[in-house]
Design a protein around this ligand. Structure first.
Ligand code: KMH
Ligand code: ZN
Length: 310
């Protein structure tokens, strides 16, 4: 029997800006509503960032996270996964402030330093609602998303060892898989690993299906099932095609407005739940089943909803 497919939904992220889509959730209330609806639609993991409620800029304020986390916990049994990637331009401690305060079951962990180019999106828009938006995108022309070995070790210690969080290992390129294997060799992280392989970020591996199969092949060699759960996310228009192909190849899938604002060519997704419903029906049309939060917790050996700090 094929395994059930774990759907992660990344609700708002720090890549898109408010002018790009009126459906991008900004305020704590919007983020909570979108997360609850995505969970009801079939997502068992909810990946979260926070935004300044006034202007939608990614924020590091733990207080803002605390305005939406309890509501999501009360209304769903989905697993809450908090970013340690934060927003572009934040320091590592700023990036981790929400996760350190909330001590979630899961947190993201970015597996290498890299270029992370958002500036091509400047060409898609001519009028911006907020001044920070074009400046934020432009800044990525000369920006390194810094995740040194020391940074990664710090997150592993502060969140993993000290608070029992398990990680969504964000791997944007082949080298990131080898970085994870290095930490496994040193005994700093233990299986099972949720390895989120990411395609289509400018600065990471491209959204070519040959890369998808190659990544799977190398991950099997480095980690081998059942030591890891493979998950796939692709940006923008590649989102559903990669999700569907990944599911066929035995993977789990991430969708959400963090990664793509669209539901089909030229059509903005009206909600995160719309993307979750779409990938769920693709999965079910393939005669596969989606995982429940209970199954996901068991497979990833998570500490449980009662062990969090919110
Ligand atoms: N904010 C991006 C630079 C994560 O959540 O850990 C990367 C990111 C990944 O959002
Ligand atoms: Zn994220």
């Amino acid at each position: 029997m094929p395994k059930t497919v774990i759907i992660t939904c990344a609700i708002t992220g720090a890549i898109h800006t408010p002018t790009m889509s009126k459906y991008l959730p900004i305020t704590p209330g919007e983020i909570a509503d979108e997360a609850i609806a995505a969970a009801a639609a079939g997502a068992s993991i909810i990946h979260l960032h926070a935004r300044d409620p006034q202007d939608g800029k990614p924020t590091a304020e733990a207080d803002v996270y605390m305005e939406f986390l309890p509501a999501i916990k009360q209304s769903t049994d989905a697993i809450i996964n908090i970013t340690t990637g934060g927003g572009h331009g934040m320091s590592l401690t700023e990036r981790c402030a929400g996760a350190l305060c909330a001590r979630p079951e899961m947190a993201s962990l970015n597996m290498g330093s890299m270029n992370f180019g958002l500036f091509p999106m400047l060409n898609k828009q001519h009028r911006w609602t907020y001044e920070w938006e074009p400046a934020y995108l432009e800044m990525t022309h000369d920006f390194i998303f810094k995740n040194t070995y020391k940074d990664i070790e710090w997150v592993m210690k502060e969140l993993g060892e000290d608070h029992g969080a398990r990680f969504e290992f964000e791997c944007y390129d082949m080298g990131h898989l080898y970085n994870l294997a290095h930490f496994v060799d040193r005994g700093l992280v233990k299986p099972p690993f949720l390895i989120q392989t990411i395609f289509g970020v400018l600065g990471g591996i491209g959204a070519d299906i040959d890369n998808l199969t190659h990544v799977r092949h190398i991950a099997n060699k480095l980690f081998g099932e059942p030591n890891y759960e493979w998950s796939i996310l692709a940006t923008g228009r590649h989102q559903m095609r990669f999700g569907a192909t990944g599911a066929v190849l035995g993977g789990n899938v991430r969708v959400g407005l963090e990664d793509s604002l669209y539901i089909s060519k030229g059509r903005l997704a009206r909600s995160n739940a719309e993307q979750v419903s779409q990938i769920k029906s693709i999965i079910e049309d393939l005669s596969l089943e989606i995982a429940t939060p209970t199954e996901t917790r068991e497979r990833l050996q998570l500490k449980g909803i009662h062990q969090v700090g919110f």
